[in-house]
Design a protein around this ligand. Structure first.
Ligand code: DC
Length: 222
């Protein structure tokens, strides 16, 4: 056992329910919740703010040294000390994050940070490569999946709560584009670890999926 408890890795495609599940399971266990996607998004935001399209690797690498990415005590994502949790939700930032996450130097910097925060355990990390690359020795690995139509509907609801209406077809297209790139990249692609438990959330309620992961976690905590 690690000093603060086990490591729970939750991976899966866009809008499969990772954030909701990770957040609630972490709260029930008194664990830290680490949303690694938010870290890639925060870096994408910096690139965008510097008025850069992200296609010049040298410029992207220079910007890496300017990016201080972390979380505040409420779990909100910080970019150079400022809470950017709202800005990182923008769909174009998600797409740019997916593009930038194919760069090995970007991944190396963020993965190092994730390992520093998580290695003592007592943490639920969500992302694409947690169970395969960041913490291949995690005590519990979950791979969440859900039907693409249902995922697009969930995304639409999230945006509606923030006061923005985006057509379903547009959202579905965006998430399929992102999933394709995340699965097909050569470095740390999205894939299920051999020892991960697959949970299909298509027909599960939020309570149902949280309960399932919580029960699996309890069984691993001795
Ligand atoms: O989980 P998310 O949708 O917020 O992630 C945004 C993008 O960041 C995602 O499309 C791919 C990238 N990402 C990654 O490559 N590895 C992770 N561990 C988390 C996210």
């Amino acid at each position: 056992m690690r000093p603060n408890g086990i490591i729970i890795a939750i991976d899966g495609p866009t809008a499969s329910g990772k954030s909701t599940t990770a957040k609630q399971v972490a709260a029930r266990l008194g664990y830290l919740h680490l949303n690694t996607g938010a870290m890639y998004r925060a870096f994408a935001l910096l690139v965008r703010r510097r008025d850069h399209h992200g296609h010049d690797p040298q410029r992207v690498h220079d910007l890496l040294s300017e990016a201080e990415i972390g979380f505040n005590s409420a779990g909100n994502i910080l970019l150079n000390g400022a809470d950017v949790s709202r800005e990182v939700q923008e769909p174009d930032i998600a797409l740019l994050a997916s593009e930038l996450s194919t760069d090995p130097e970007v991944r190396a910097k963020l993965v190092e940070k994730q390992r520093t925060i998580g290695s003592n355990g007592g943490v639920v990390l969500e992302g694409r490569d947690i169970g395969t690359v960041v913490f291949p020795d995690a005590e519990l690995k979950i791979f969440l999946v859900a039907d693409a139509g249902v995922r697009a509907e969930r995304r639409q609801l999230e945006f509606e709560k923030m006061g923005t209406h985006i057509p379903l077809e547009e959202l579905r297209q965006q998430l399929e584009e992102r999933d394709k790139r995340d699965r097909e990249r050569t470095i740390s692609p999205l894939r299920k670890a051999a020892d991960a438990v697959e949970v299909d959330t298509t027909n599960l309620t939020i309570e149902g999926q949280v309960e399932r992961v919580f029960e699996l976690a309890k069984a691993r905590i001795v």
